[in-house]
Design a protein around this ligand. Structure first.
Ligand code: SF4
Length: 414
């Protein structure tokens, strides 16, 4: 490996980390203050923004320890057979970089992942050493998110949890068949075994801390995972059901989706094109329906078409309502909360608003209009004091009437 300075390594290893979606960077125009003009730069390498459990946006230094890897996962730009420029930080270099970025107020924490060098245990030891040194040698109190390696010694994964706020283990592909085909050196059993160990450690730690306030914390921000979407033949239905099962079995805080992006010198077994980014967006909306709107994974999957894919032009809640019209219209003055949450175009805040208002008065269409961005979209699905959709609800051509205009993203759709 050629001798590289810290800046060169940072350029390579921050770029290599961008394929991990567990925290996302925001795009902007390029500006800098080189030449003494102005102050600041939008080109700081490796800084991404993530959301803390309390909803705060925090800046993280997001890097890999190394982009060299002894594995050859087909979808990964860092795989053994990939022809990319390689770089490697020592644990001390990552510690120094994190502290210097932190002292300059660039970041509030570190997101560290790595390719596998020598062995899973050796790599995990290096990752743990970064977090240990930050916490114990430097009393670093910022946020730390560590990617852990599933087949590393469970004791090392445990050590990671003792120093990190969050740990994550990527399931990589939505199906076991996809994993076997595209990441043959990885094992679904090992991945799920490691997630189960982390879940047990988190639960045990909560119990211990109830009894002994001085018990050390273990991954207080929980564990998360990531799935690559569009690299194998898994349908949206498969993905939604798998994600739900991961939430249920391993108590995950989040399942992240990363749309597969074709890489240079890609393996011949990969698709030539990336899936539409909208697919990733629809999967995140499905995730919200399950976590916050009371939908079962099977219900969301049932909103998909015959090929198992969710429509891209409308959100999954609207797709479900159009397919299962028997439950509509819903009376906004009488329906229980769980039915109100199923009305397309009404978010949790709007539903809370309806429930609070109807204690004092009977709601009319105009009252509901104030709580949604598109009255036209929800009219076929509701009954109010002065409104009942007689013909509208049964129209065969309802979909184009309620679908958002093609160029417009429904940012606030429920
Ligand atoms: S183990 Fe991780 S870094 Fe290595 S090739 Fe597979 S996905 Fe890429």
């Amino acid at each position: 490996m050629a001798q590289l300075d810290t800046r060169q390594k940072l350029a390579i290893l921050a770029d290599a980390a961008k394929y991990d979606a567990s925290c996302s960077s925001s795009g902007t125009v390029k500006r800098d203050s080189r030449g003494g003009k102005g102050i600041g730069s939008t080109e700081g390498m490796g800084i991404c923004h993530a959301y803390a459990p309390d909803g705060r946006c925090i800046s993280l230094l997001k890097i890999l320890l190394t982009n060299s890897c002894i594995f050859d996962c087909h979808y990964c730009i860092n795989r053994k057979s990939s022809n990319v420029r390689r770089a490697r930080f020592s644990a001390k270099e990552v510690v120094d970089l994190t502290l210097s970025f932190y002292r300059r107020n660039y970041i509030e924490g570190l997101f560290l992942s790595s390719g596998i060098i020598r062995s899973s245990n050796y790599t995990m030891e290096q990752i743990v050493e970064v977090a240990r040194s930050l916490r114990e040698d430097h009393d670093f109190r910022g946020y730390i998110h560590l990617k852990t390696i599933p087949d590393a010694d469970p004791e090392l994964v445990h050590q990671a949890g003792l120093h990190a706020d969050r740990v994550s283990i990527n399931v990589e592909l939505p199906t076991v068949g996809g994993l076997k085909r595209l990441a043959p050196e990885k094992s679904a059993t090992q991945i799920e075994g490691a997630m189960a160990d982390v879940k047990t450690a988190i639960v045990d730690n909560k119990d211990a801390r109830k009894k002994y306030k001085s018990a050390p914390k273990f991954a207080p921000a929980g564990q998360s995972t990531q799935m690559i979407v569009g690299a194998d033949s898994a349908t949206d239905g498969d993905i939604v059901v798998r994600a739900d099962s991961l939430y249920g079995r391993f108590g995950l805080r989040r399942v992240y989706y990363s749309a597969f992006s074709p890489i240079p010198d890609a393996s011949a077994i990969l698709p030539l094109q990336r899936p539409p980014l909208m697919r990733e967006h629809r999967l995140y909306q499905s995730d919200w329906l399950i976590r916050f709107y009371g939908f079962a994974a099977q219900e969301v999957a049932a909103a998909a078409d015959e090929s198992g894919m969710l429509p891209l032009d409308i959100d999954p809640k609207l797709a479900w309502a159009l397919k299962f019209r028997g439950g509509f219209p819903v009376d906004v003055n009488r329906a229980p909360r769980e039915m109100l949450l199923r009305i397309p175009g009404l978010g949790v805040k709007a539903v809370n608003g309806i429930i609070a208002s109807r204690r004092w008065r009977t709601l009319r269409l105009a009252d509901v209009a104030r709580l949604t961005v598109s009255l036209a979209r929800i009219r076929p699905f509701i009954v109010a004091a002065d409104w009942r959709p007689v013909v509208l609800a049964d129209r065969a051509d309802l979909r184009p009437i309620v679908a958002p205009k093609r160029e417009q993203l429904e940012l606030f759709g429920g």
